[in-house]
Write a protein that binds this ligand. Structure first.
Ligand SMILES: [Zn+2]
Length: 154
């Protein structure tokens, strides 16, 4: 059966997501897993990882930024991204966690209103991070646990 051009990018995107998750440190993966998948309270996460309770929130931000940066880096490498867009995308992890300075934020937002390519990438990673549980669980447990409705087509 022929591959559907509409379904295979989903698989490619999941592959990039799995690769990005794999690039994280074991602590970052554990933080994201415990917080996003298991929805454990921060004191339990701190106890499991042997870190101070008040460090969990900051390390979660760092883990999300690392995941986003890795995902964006992989997406840039898998596609032909113009230099200007590549520079913009390298700042997106900080943009999404709201840690960029106002002048840089303004520059990014102007680019995102004029560049559909970057706007779509940012929308995808933002959506991905909002739904990490739905994204990561099948990647970690395998597709057999969560068969894709597209499996028979792709
Ligand atoms: Zn762009």
């Amino acid at each position: 059966m022929a591959l559907s051009p509409y379904l295979c990018p989903i698989t490619a995107s999941q592959s990039v997501t799995a690769q990005a998750f794999d690039t994280l440190s074991s602590e970052a993966r554990a933080l994201l897993w415990y917080h996003e998948i298991e929805h454990l309270p921060s004191h339990t996460i701190a106890e499991f990882l042997g870190i101070p309770h008040d460090a969990v929130a900051l390390r979660l931000i760092t883990a999300r930024e690392s995941f986003t940066a890795s995902w964006l880096d992989l997406m840039r490498r898998h596609s032909r991204t113009p230099a200007l867009c590549s520079d913009v995308l390298s700042s997106i992890p900080q943009y999404l966690s709201d840690t960029v300075h106002p002048p840089q934020r303004d520059t990014l937002e102007v680019h995102l209103t004029t560049c559909l390519r970057c706007a779509l990438v940012v929308d995808e990673i933002d959506n991905l991070c909002e739904h990490l549980d739905v994204t990561l669980l099948p990647l970690v447990l395998g597709s057999a646990a969560f068969p894709s409705p597209f499996t028979s087509t792709c």
